[in-house]
Ligand binder design. Structure first.
Ligand code: DLL
Length: 433
């Protein structure tokens, strides 16, 4: 049973739904004061008092990233600025970032959900957290920090970067829980190896990793390299930050959505039709307790499915499967849809491959071409050009066989693909330049 738990986590679903409905009603009344939502609801012919059951949520319009951008920076805030105590922003590679705000109660809720997330991962107040999520406008660092303190852990706020120093800190301060993006953590492991430090001699029992898609193969790699249990955590700035959902250490199979604070739906991204449990589509969240920046039916662009089956941990909250990617990261190569994570799965089936890779997409003579650059271990990168070519062809054949897409594979020397301190850049799409 979870250690830092609220009764909501194990509540019978009928009771939970009653709580959700009551909170949803309050939220809808709150957002009706925000001109954007009032206009959208009026256009859909819905008044706050029309929300009588959870099914009525489906009558409400969706909110998109574009709506957030159009209301940059503060026009979607549902409280006066004097009640806002924190602002974060998501970077966004195109256009303006999206800006989100929190009241003191929102910050307290977030800290509690992160504390519950750490607890789900098996952490207690006796643990020491090495927090390598970036601190700043990104929600990862500060979000994890407040939650860890709330649970009573001792937090080492190292953030990303300065990687060698991080390894020394791990040796000297003896942290037991590790946080970061999977790609940066992999880099940490690589630097530790260079420094002759074996994670076996460190003290970690669990790692809580997220903020970008990562495969089961990557989990196996991280668990083997770091000698810890790797737990997936999900979230997004628009909905709160990290701690919207998390895996439990008992099953590590799907992320429990904190349904006492968020209502989750899966829709068909094309038709916007709500899909039944088990079907894959786009995640949509409605926040039901947020004050400063509530979101109604926010389309995340993240692709996954929901699993309502009971879990060994005893939580009744629904699980979302590991997101496979985002609709806007999906590559369409000569008509075939492919997510970077699917390529990752195939690459990691090959033993000598290091999980550092990048996908380069070009358009040559009006045809899309995909090149997969991937590092291989030092001892293989030799003068045996023929051997390398055979391996490239074999991986390329695997990609074709499993994903139906033609890709040119280029094996490159270790450490030639740029390392990130936060989210890895997996795709370089030259068609967009
Ligand atoms: O990445 C919040 C976060 C911080 C989550 C630390 C987990 C840990 P944003 O920068 O707004 O917020 O990016 C949100 O990142 O819509 C997903 O596409 C992706 N993402 C986040 N967590 C996961 C995950 C933070 N566990 C966007 N698996 C989301 C796959 C994830 N994708």
């Amino acid at each position: 049973m979870p250690i830092y738990n609220s009764d909501y986590e194990t509540m019978p679903r009928e009771e939970l739904r009653a709580v959700q409905l009551q909170r949803l009603k309050t939220t809808i009344e709150r957002v009706y004061n925000v001109p954007f939502y009032k206009t959208a609801f009026d256009r859909a012919g819905i008044k706050p008092e029309d929300i009588k059951s959870l099914d009525d949520l489906q009558r409400l319009p969706f909110t998109n990233k574009k709506d957030l951008r159009d209301n940059y920076p503060y026009d979607l805030f549902a409280v006066p600025m004097e009640q806002v105590v924190r602002i974060h922003a998501s970077s966004g590679t195109t256009g303006k970032p999206t800006v989100v705000g929190y009241t003191q109660r929102d910050i307290n809720t977030w800290a509690e959900l992160m504390a519950r997330s750490f607890s789900a991962a098996g952490a207690t107040s006796r643990d020491i957290l090495h927090n390598a999520f970036g601190y700043g406008l990104f929600t990862g660092g500060v979000g994890a920090h407040y939650g860890a303190e709330k649970l009573g852990m001792a937090v080492i706020p190292v953030s990303g970067g300065n990687t060698k120093r991080q390894i020394t800190i791990m040796q000297d301060f003896k942290p037991t829980i590790l946080c970061g993006t999977p790609s940066y953590i992999l880099h940490l492991a690589e630097v530790a190896e260079e420094m002759g430090v074996d994670f076996k001699d460190l003290h970690f029992k669990a790692g809580i990793f997220g903020a970008e898609p990562w495969t089961e193969n990557m989990r196996a790699e991280l668990e083997a390299k770091l000698h810890l249990k790797a737990i997936d955590i999900y979230g997004l700035s628009e909905v709160m930050g990290p701690g919207v959902s998390v895996e439990c250490h008992e099953e590590q199979k799907g992320l429990h959505v904190f349904e006492d604070h968020f209502i989750v739906e899966i829709i068909d991204p094309k038709t916007e039709e709500v899909l039944p449990y088990g079907e894959t589509g786009e995640l949509v969240f409605t926040s039901i307790t947020k004050e400063a920046f509530p979101v109604i039916r926010y389309r995340t662009k993240d692709i996954t499915s929901l699993n309502p089956t009971p879990c060994a941990c005893g939580r009744t909250h629904i699980r979302m499967n590991k997101p496979s990617g985002r609709t806007d990261d999906m590559l369409i190569i000569r008509g075939v849809n492919v997510f970077p994570s699917q390529i990752e799965s195939v690459l990691m089936e090959t033993k000598e491959i290091l999980p550092h890779y990048q996908l380069v997409v070009d358009r040559i003579n009006n045809l899309d071409t995909l090149t997969v650059k991937v590092e291989i271990s030092e001892h293989l990168f030799s003068d045996d050009i023929k051997g390398l070519q055979t391996m490239e062809t074999s991986i390329s054949n695997d990609i074709k066989e499993y994903l139906g897409v033609s890709a040119k594979v280029r094996l490159v020397e270790p450490k030639t693909i740029q390392r990130s301190q936060g989210k890895a850049i997996r795709v370089i799409d030259n068609r967009k330049i």
